[in-house]
Design a protein around this ligand. Sequence first.
Ligand SMILES: CCC(=O)SCCNC(=O)CCNC(=O)[C@H](O)C(C)(C)COP(=O)(O)OP(=O)(O)OC[C@H]1O[C@@H](n2cnc3c(N)ncnc32)[C@H](O)[C@@H]1OP(=O)(O)O
Length: 288
Amino acid sequence: MGLQMQRSLSHVSFSICSDLRRRQIDLLRKHRGGSVDLEVNEKTGIALMTLNNPKKKNAITGSMHLEFEERIEELEKWETGKGLIVKGCGNTFCSGGDLNFVRALAKEKDSDNPSLMSSFMQNATTRLSNLPLITVALVEGFAVGGGAELMTCCDFRVVHSSARIGFLEAQMGLSTGWGGSVRLVHLLGRSKALQLLTSARVISGIDAQKIGLADEIFGESDDPLEATTSFLTKYLKFPSEVIKAMKRVAVNASKSDSKSVEHLNAKETDIFQNLCGGPANLAALNRK
Ligand SMILES: CCC(=O)SCCNC(=O)CCNC(=O)[C@H](O)C(C)(C)COP(=O)(O)OP(=O)(O)OC[C@H]1O[C@@H](n2cnc3c(N)ncnc32)[C@H](O)[C@@H]1OP(=O)(O)O
């Protein structure tokens, strides 16, 4: 292909990308509420990301999608960092997508809004998975729907024994839309992942540990943040450049044993787009 032709094609693909990005941002910033907060501790090398929408059990609004991505961008640039803890505000993790937002997406079935939201969040959650930091989800209270998907983005999960974890998407007439199925199959294998995804069963922290979804359990008498920090610190004792290098190697290794995550995510988005606003999804939204 001639150089001129290559230049004009890359110009076209850049415009398509920037058009997609503009439409994603326009859609997400219409649905406001809550925040995603980041505290960086230079001394320990550990950052704390908090999903903050406690009145809705930390449901993720449109504007929180955007803030989630912004915080990840900050972490990508954090050269001296070693670790990250992702948690929810008010002793609960996350109840998934804000149902008001999901309802708005479902109403516009004929638009590609569900796909815009899903592809945005898949990109952001993949970037979280690939951060050159050791990442831990601190899970207490509820981690349901997209909240359960989010906990799978981290390298480890430290979970309260009585936490309630459920991939409720099927119950909502939906499939996962934030990359959760791909990551769950990688974590647990196909059979165990399918059992959770197709039953929408809600399991405790103890049961999550039994099937390999939780790496460490804490109880009533433990301070959640202290328990999680102490778990994480075991993996942060070497210099940040060594930890970052190890994480990069692990990320590359997990990519090479399967089709590219981007390809698998694109398939998931198509499936999500087809279900969102369909009969099962509308019936579930009417029940809520
Ligand atoms: C990516 C696609 C997806 O994530 S689809 C899946 C979306 N998520 C869900 O279906 C979970 C919906 N929520 C629930 O099932 C329950 O609220 C759970 C999380 C189990 C908590 O139950 P419970 O302890 O009884 O609290 P509650 O239901 O009274 O909730 C307190 C207030 O929070 C709200 N809330 C909760 N989850 C969401 C959500 N995802 N979106 C919007 N609002 C949510 C509830 O409506 C309730 O509000 P209010 O106090 O009645 O005004």
